[in-house]
Design a binder for this molecule. Structure first.
Ligand code: FES
Ligand code: FES
Length: 179
């Protein structure tokens, strides 16, 4: 089947088998290997991407064809050139990772949360991340990282001129078409 998806602001038209999971479509058809696969069974959260701006989805539980016509943000879409997204900076500053395998999923789950709730409580952060497993960090620093990022993003939004997009928004426009 031919599907059209917009990933990190770039429009892709690709043929895919109906059985292909979105995680593998992103990694193998588009080469976006930042989306990790840890369990393939909806348990670990390594594969989380953001659908249509604010919805965290486990891409191992969704077929690529179900994403037809939708916009997807992956971890590759967070940084603006050499400038880390506040969430990435937060994980860096608060030591929110060790091996890093879970980190793309943590970042994207947190990204979706902050799109919906710019000032989440610690409880809300822990609840949002409850589907993301980390074998290394013990979670405390991950929560600290998200809180730091939320504060950075609120500060950036309060200083941004009304005509400018928030500093937290990943690149999305114009929408180039991939060959
Ligand atoms: Fe998708 Fe583990 S790989 S939840
Ligand atoms: Fe290693 Fe989370 S940093 S699994």
């Amino acid at each position: 089947m031919k599907i059209t998806v917009t990933v990190n602001g770039t429009r892709y038209e690709r043929e895919t088998e109906p059985r292909t999971l979105l995680a593998y479509f992103l990694r193998e058809a588009l080469g976006l290997t930042g989306t990790h696969v840890g369990c393939d069974s909806s348990s670990c959260g390594c594969c989380v991407v953001v659908l249509d701006g604010s919805r965290a989805v486990k891409s191992c539980t969704m077929f690529a064809v179900q994403a037809d016509g939708h916009a997807i943000t992956t971890v590759e879409g967070l940084a603006q050139g050499a400038t880390l997204h506040p969430l990435q900076q937060g994980f860096w500053d608060a030591h929110g990772l060790q091996c890093g395998y879970c980190t793309p999923g943590m970042l994207m789950t947190a990204y979706a949360l902050l799109q919906r709730d710019p000032d989440p409580s610690e409880h809300a952060i822990r609840e949002a991340l409850s589907g993301n497993l980390c074998r290394c960090t013990g979670y405390q620093n991950i929560v600290k990282a998200v809180r730091q990022a939320a504060a950075m993003m609120r500060t950036a939004a309060s200083h941004a001129p009304a005509s400018e997009a928030p500093a937290s928004a990943p690149a999305s426009a114009p929408e180039p078409v991939a060959p």
